[in-house]
Every structure is written in C-alpha cells, then in structure tokens.
Design a protein around this ligand. Structure first.
Ligand code: NDP
Ligand code: 8X3
Length: 248
C-alpha cells in the first residue's frame, strides 16, 4: 500500500509512519518541520518519502501532490492526522486567532487534502481515508469550545464522505481517541508550557501513539468489504463526568 500521512513529524503521525513502513508499506510523510521528516525518512529507509507541507496552504497541497513521482501517485490510504488544539480558556476569553488556526488546520486542511486525493481513489475504485477525530468531537468539556467543534466537523464530514462514496470501493473512517500521552499535543495546546502539559497526564496511564498507530493499521488492513465508520478509544482510566449544574 501507499500511505499518505499528514502531521507525521511527531506523535500519532510519526508512530503511524513507523508502523506502516516497518510492515512493508510505502509511506509519504507530511508536515511543516522538514528536518523532522528527514530524520524519520533516514530512520525508516527508501520506502518513505518526505512531503514538506503546511495543510493550511491549499496551493502547497496541490503543488506537493502534483510533484509526486508517477510511482508514488496511487495513494491507497490517506491519513488526515495533522491537527491541533490551542488554548483551554472559556469561549468568552479564548483567542480568536487560535480558533482560526484550529479551523484552518483541523477542518479546512483536512478537507483540502481529502478533496485533492479522493478523485484518483474513486477513479481506481479503491482507497481509504482515515480522519483523526477525537472524543472532544462527541463530548463537550470546559475550554474545548472550538477544538471540540472542529472534531465534530471531522466526524460528520467522514460520515458524509461515506454517503457520497457508497458504490465506490473507497472507504472512510473517523478515528477518535481520548486521552493520549507521549505526543506534542498538550505542549502545543499550552503553547510551550511543558509543566502544564505534563500535568494533563499526571497519575494516568493514557493511550499511546503506538496504540493509535496500531488501530489505524488494523483499519487499513481489514478486507476491502469492511468499512469502520467511526471508532472511539479511551484509556481505561478515562470515563465521563456528570452534567454541571449551577445551583442558586
Ligand atoms: P502532535 O502535536 O504530537 O502532532 C501533530 C502533528 O500535526 C505534527 O506532526 C505537526 O507537524 C502536524 N501539524 C500541525 N499543524 C500542521 C499544519 N498546519 N500543516 C501540517 N502539519 C501540521 O499531536 P498528536 O499526534 O497527539 O495529534 C495528532 C492528531 O490527533 C491531531 O489531529 C489531534 O487533534 C488528534 N488527537 C490527539 C489526541 C491526543 O490526546 N494526543 C486525542 C485525540 C485526537 P508540524 O508542526 O511539523 O507541521
Ligand atoms: C484530544 C483529546 O480530551 O484533550 O483530542 O480533547 S482531549
């Protein structure tokens, strides 16, 4: 298989690149930090090709796909993994710039990538799009505001892809993890406050990037007649809270 992974410079994306490449698949790894891409490609060998790319840049996406050599163009699996949360403040205090960045990356970037890759999949009557959603797209929490909304978008967009793709051999999955440690997610969310980021996982046994990579690999290697519409994972230590009720 040829697998295109966005956000492969860290976290889930880097773990997925390792999982697919070490299992003999060819992997296109994308992200903004070219030095990281180069290091991962050097580690994994000739089956991995770097695609330095900012998913918020439509022209860059199209240029990068157009520049792929002929023997890398038939992408079998697109993993729209690039994404981020910025901030945890309540809506009335949150930064509008942060909101714009999350929407541009998690929603617009993901749909641009999908729209660019999908026609060739449909033409070949085979393919799989795995979109990284989140439990934040299904369950609200204080400060989740726009991040959670972008992941709800990912969930519904994926289901609507399924609606459009019925009758083709192209599959689509929303992969929605809960608390997952060992990635840069919280460092990014807390804007470099690594102590605050570490606190998120204190006293927990969170999911790992390898858990998510193994799940993506399982989805991608199911027989072609099986479509996982949506899959939600949480670490065993994570559960649900009661509704918040402000009493007089
Ligand atoms: P990381 O911060 O470790 O990795 C995020 C990746 O996204 C990086 O490789 C980063 O690369 C890339 N990225 C961010 N913005 C852009 C951009 N504009 N263009 C291209 N690449 C970009 O996070 P995780 O691995 O933890 O998260 C991966 C995905 O999973 C995200 O969509 C996240 O929302 C989701 N998720 C994470 C959970 C968690 O608890 N960790 C749980 C549920 C979902 P670079 O900076 O080099 O561009
Ligand atoms: C990441 C999981 O709970 O931090 O999507 O929003 S959470």
């Amino acid at each position: 298989m040829i697998v295109f992974i966005t956000g492969a410079t860290a976290g889930f994306g880097a773990a997925m690149a390792r999982t697919f490449a070490t299992n003999g698949h060819r992997v296109l790894i994308a992200g903004r930090r070219a030095d990281r891409l180069d290091a991962i490609a050097a580690e994994l060998g000739a089956n991995v090709r770097t695609v330095p790319l900012d998913v918020t840049d439509k022209a860059a996406i199209h240029a990068a796909l157009d520049a792929l050599p002929a023997d890398w163009r038939d992408i079998d699996v697109l993993i729209n993994n690039a994404g981020l949360a910025l901030g945890i403040k309540p809506a009335q205090e949150a930064s509008l710039d942060d909101w714009d960045t999350m929407i541009a990356t998690n929603c617009s970037g993901l749909v641009t990538m999908t729209r660019a890759v999908l026609p060739r999949m449909v033409e070949r009557n085979t393919g799989l799009v795995i979109n990284l959603g989140s439990v934040a797209g299904a369950y609200p929490y204080p400060g989740g505001n726009v991040y959670g909304a972008t992941k709800a978008f990912v969930d519904q967009f994926t289901l609507n892809l399924r609606a459009d793709l019925v009758g083709t051999g192209v599959r689509a999955t929303n992969l929605a993890p809960g608390l997952c440690g060992g990635t840069e997610f919280s460092n990014v969310r807390f804007k470099g406050d690594d102590a605050a980021a570490a606190k998120v996982y204190e006293g927990t046994t969170p999911l790992t990037a390898e858990d998510i990579a193994a799940t993506a690999y399982w989805i991608a290697t199911l027989p072609p007649h099986v479509n996982v519409n949506s899959i939600e994972l949480m670490p065993t230590c994570q559960g649900f809270s009661p509704f918040a009720i402000k009493r007089a």
